[in-house]
Design a protein around this ligand. Structure first.
Ligand code: FE
Length: 205
C-alpha cells in the first residue's frame, strides 16, 4: 500500500456524529448563550481530546491561504461545525463573527489576538496574545468579545482547529477590519463542496 493510500484510509467519524447530536440536544435545552458556551466548550474539549476522527481531506492545508472546511451544518442552521487549517505563516484577517463561536485546537498551536475599540474607534490589543494548544478551547461572541485575529502558532507544520458557531457561519454577513477600525464586508463561504459522511451507521454493524 502506498503512503497516499494509507493517508486517505477512511476514518471513523462517529465521534463527530456524537458531537453533532449532543450539540443539537444542548441547543434545544440551553437557557442562554453562556449555558451554550459552557456546556459546548466541554463537549468540544471531549471531541478534540482525540485526534483520530477528522478525514484527511478536511485537514489539508492550502499553499497560499488558510482553509475553512464545513464539516456539518444543522438542518435549522442553528449551528455549524468547521475545520480550520493554517499552513506555516498563515493568518486570518482581523475579523468578527456576529454569533457565538467556540474554537478548539485539534493539532498544533494557534495564536489568538483579541482586539477592542479605543475611544477613537480604532482597534487595539485586548490583552496579550494567547497561544492555544491542542486540546484547548476558546470562545467568542458579540457579548464577550467578538473581534480577533488567528494565526498558526507553528512555523514549520500546519495547525488544525475545530470551530462551532451559532449559525451557518459561511453565509453570515460579517466584517474584516483595518487597525483604524474601518470594516470591510465579509462573507467567508467554505473551501469544500463535499462534506464528510457522518451518517453511515453500517460501519458499526
Ligand atoms: Fe474567528
Amino acid at each position: 500500500m502506498t503512503a497516499a493510500a494509507i493517508f486517505d484510509r477512511p476514518v471513523d467519524t462517529s465521534r463527530l456524529r456524537g458531537f453533532v447530536i449532543a450539540l443539537a440536544d444542548l441547543l434545544a435545552a440551553a437557557r442562554d448563550e453562556q449555558a451554550i458556551l459552557d456546556a459546548g466548550s466541554a463537549l468540544l474539549a471531549r471531541l478534540i481530546s482525540r485526534d483520530d476522527w477528522l478525514p484527511p481531506a478536511f485537514a489539508r492545508p492550502h499553499p497560499m491561504r488558510y482553509q475553512q472546511y464545513l464539516l456539518h451544518c444543522d438542518s435549522r442552521e442553528r449551528f455549524s461545525i468547521v475545520s480550520f487549517v493554517w499552513g506555516p505563516g498563515q493568518t486570518t484577517p482581523i475579523h468578527d463573527h456576529m454569533v457565538w463561536g467556540l474554537v478548539g485546537v485539534l493539532r498544533g498551536v494557534e495564536k489568538v489576538e483579541r482586539f477592542r475599540r479605543n475611544e477613537h474607534g480604532a482597534l487595539v490589543a485586548d490583552g496579550e496574545p494567547a497561544l492555544l494548544r491542542a486540546g484547548e478551547v476558546d470562545a467568542v461572541s458579540p457579548r464577550i468579545g467578538d473581534i480577533h485575529r488567528v494565526s498558526n502558532g507553528l512555523s514549520s507544520a500546519p495547525s488544525v482547529s475545530i470551530h462551532v458557531y451559532g449559525a451557518n457561519i459561511g453565509g453570515v454577513e460579517r466584517s474584516t477590519y483595518a487597525l483604524d477600525g474601518r470594516p470591510t464586508r465579509f462573507v467567508s463561504g467554505y473551501a469544500n463542496g463535499d462534506l464528510p459522511n457522518l451518517w453511515d451507521r453500517s460501519r458499526a454493524v
